[in-house]
Design a protein around this ligand. Sequence first.
Ligand code: PMP
Ligand code: GLN
Length: 385
Amino acid sequence: MPVFPGTIHSKLPKVGTTIFTVMSKMAAEHNAINLSQGFPDFMCSELLIKLVNEAMLKGHNQYAPMPGLLPLRTILAKKTQNQYGTSYDPETEITITAGATQAIYTAVAALVREDDEVIVFEPAYDCYQPAIEVAGGKTVYLRLKAPDYSIDWDEVKKMFNHRTRMIILNTPNNPTGSVWTADDMRKLEKIVKGSDAVIVSDEVYEHIIFDGQQHQSVARFPILAERSLIVSSFGKTFHATGWKVGYCVAPHNLMTEFRKVHQFLVFSVNTPIQYALAEYLKEQDTYLDLGSFYQKKRDYFNGLLKNSRFKFSPASGTYFQLLDYSAITIEKDTDYAVRLIKEAGVASIPISVFYHKPVDNKILRFCFAKKEETLEKAAELLCKI
Ligand code: PMP
Ligand code: GLN
């Protein structure tokens, strides 16, 4: 095909291919164990699959309602009320989305205008900044403090001003595995109170939190909840990242703006999976046990690595474990991640790519949402280094 002969005025001139695609592809090419992109290597529930099949066979194969299937939205309203004590109206305040990615993009597209400032904490998950850039907004980065990735609230206060239109937060946090405390939430409340800033709270790992800690959803904090679009993902919660179904909850007036964009971005999300999820969610254990399920995997993986040359402190949440390789080499993390695939046969994600200007702390991210045997094989290879 001959190339387009005109000038392309790229809206994302600096954006390449996402690191997850790059590393998963390289892992496959080199037949490495893929602990890079975050996805389980085990099956999701057979019952859930059966429910999807049944919905299809019953003929639920046409467009779902634009905001999502009402029974699914209704059970999500109950779930949110039970867990965080906040009530959302399923009719007007909950929308089913094509994964969390679409929800985040939609929220940004609906609410960020030219020259608006959006505060993002970095290292940051990689879909926030491009959405802001396409909308014409300006990303303002607040760097989390390694090694525990805590937040300097005085810094946040200094950054916050009348141009701040949005703050995007993510707890439990990808890629760091850290979590926000109730005190962090209260500090944020003080800063945003009385302002026009809205919050996009990426809570896709809401159920993957460890060591008896409680997930601090913004929904628990009234001053935050009234200005927040909360995003979650069934992909993470039900081991089905490939289904790409998630949701957004927000107060009515914010959800109205969200839906204006949602209806033209995807209109609606696939129908049979929504029927299945509405049924499956009736059993709360399916998600309430997730923290202990993944904590066992974290501990198993970390236990296998205890005699390796990697240094780490256990992740507080998510299914990612950071490993510090500074005792092994002074190579850049992006170089070392490639070498680890080619020479050791294990794929990971270098953390520096989650900063707008690479910060190389010699840390790699490993996904432990894997079968025991996968973790064993990977740990064996890592321990040989
Ligand atoms: N936010 C974070 C922090 C994530 O880690 C991910 C995916 N792993 C997403 C959003 C996107 O979720 P989804 O696959 O449902 O679009
Ligand atoms: N969120 C997943 C991760 O952090 C990847 C999702 C994707 O590939 N877009 O690894």
